[in-house]
Design a protein around this ligand. Structure first.
Ligand SMILES: Nc1nc2c(ncn2[C@@H]2O[C@H](COP(=O)(O)OP(=O)(O)OP(=O)(O)O)[C@@H](O)[C@H]2O)c(=O)[nH]1
Ligand SMILES: [Mg+2]
Length: 363
């Protein structure tokens, strides 16, 4: 029997993993492959899984902790995926604050499941703006341990996908590519735009080949890595929205994000990724912000004003989780008065992740 191919697409929060996986999945589906996706997060109520499912993709999630600390839940989910979807290829999105994937996920998979899965080279998606702020320039907005984590993630890549090249000039693409090649000489560097679907076929070619991941476990200081994870606050909020008259959902989520960004900026706290997803009866809007200093970005706008709908907010930022909860709930209240809607069943989980102990680590 042919082995199922696993393609792991990692990278920092907001780098474009989900957008890339969707682009890769759609391209593979158009060439006749059966695809499934496994997502992962520290919390539950995840926008990514819902967004991927909304696009007709087969997706299951491992919630409540990263793959390395929940390795058994991950392999169980892979078995479920096989049973439900019979995929040729499973695309895997690890948590964007995770590093050391070769030693704690890829090698344990190879050791225990070599007969079942073919492991593609490990891709790491890089956002050029983040790269500039974290490594290239000195205007560092995150604490040093988060910058360390960011660099370690790229360090273990077989394939570095410099993403969002639609936002760069040709000269800049050349400069970033050269910088990455020099800094991470063991990796293959490719330039893509997952949003505009540029370079996706080339990427697939590089990770579909018979070759496997290169297999060098990362040299990483776990105390620094886990401190970085703890410095990132995590918030997932869900709320039902019941407006008096239909509201402009695009304007509402944009204003929401602006208020959150302003609050964080005033405390010198940087966003890793803020996502907002509002679903009405027959349409939805999705918005992202990846820095308090940058414009929010609509992945999709809603075509008309909406009535009753449900909102999900996912924030990952360098902030105490309690502060994220406070500003999110205050903003919900302020905007419910401005846009005249009742709030139904507001639920929030907010935490700074605890020390994760990998179940297995293979050098
Ligand atoms: N301009 C541009 N934006 C992109 C591209 N790829 C992703 N984005 C945007 O970047 C933001 C983050 O993308 P995601 O795919 O959600 O990032 P992620 O890595 O999955 O984020 P987490 O799941 O939070 O770790 C979204 O607003 C995307 O639309 C791209 O190629 N070009
Ligand atoms: Mg994602």
């Amino acid at each position: 029997m042919e082995k199922t191919r696993l393609m792991v697409v990692g990278g920092f929060l907001g780098a474009g993993k989900t957008t890339s996986i969707i682009a890769i999945a759609k391209e593979l589906i158009s060439s006749g492959k059966k695809i499934a996706i496994v997502t992962n997060d520290q919390g539950s109520k995840l926008i990514d899984s819902k967004y991927m499912a909304q696009q007709g993709l087969n997706v299951l999630e491992v919630a409540g902790g990263c793959f390395c600390g929940n390795f058994d839940a991950f392999t169980k989910k892979l078995a479920e995926v096989e049973e439900q979807f019979f995929p040729d290829i499973v695309l895997v999105e690890p948590v964007g604050s995770c590093a050391d994937l070769i030693a704690t996920v890829m090698k344990p998979l190879k050791k225990g499941y070599a007969g079942k899965f073919a492991l593609s080279p490990l891709s790491v998606v890089v956002d050029p703006k983040r790269l500039k702020r974290v490594i290239k320039d000195e205007n560092k907005l995150f604490k040093n341990d988060i910058n360390y984590l960011f660099e370690k993630q790229i360090n273990e890549a077989d394939v570095i996908a410099l993403n969002k090249i639609d936002t760069l000039t040709d000269k800049e693409i050349g400069e970033y590519t050269e910088f990455l090649k020099k800094k991470f000489p063991a990796a293959l560097v490719i330039a893509v735009s997952s949003f505009e679907k540029i370079g996706i076929e080339n990427w697939i070619e590089k990770i579909s080949s018979a070759c496997e991941f290169k297999g060098d476990s990362l040299d990483i200081k776990y105390d620094v890595y886990t401190t970085a994870e703890r410095h990132l606050g995590w918030l997932n909020t869900t709320a039902g929205i019941d407006p008096l008259t239909d509201i402009d959902a695009n304007e509402f989520v944009y204003e929401f994000a602006e208020i959150l960004k302003d609050n964080l900026k005033s405390k010198y706290m940087e966003i890793a990724h803020l996502k907002m997803y509002l679903v009405a009866s027959n349409d939805y809007v999705k918005l992202s912000a990846t820095s308090v200093y940058d414009e929010s970005n609509f992945d999709k706008k809603m075509a008309v004003n909406c009535g009753e709908s449900s909102l999900i907010i996912n924030i990952r930022a360098q902030s105490p989780a309690q502060y994220l909860k406070e500003i999110t709930e205050n903003t919900l209240k302020i905007l419910s008065e401005k846009y005249k809607f009742n709030l139904l069943e507001v639920q929030t989980e907010a935490f700074n992740p605890k020390y994760t102990v990998p179940l297995q680590r293979i050098d």
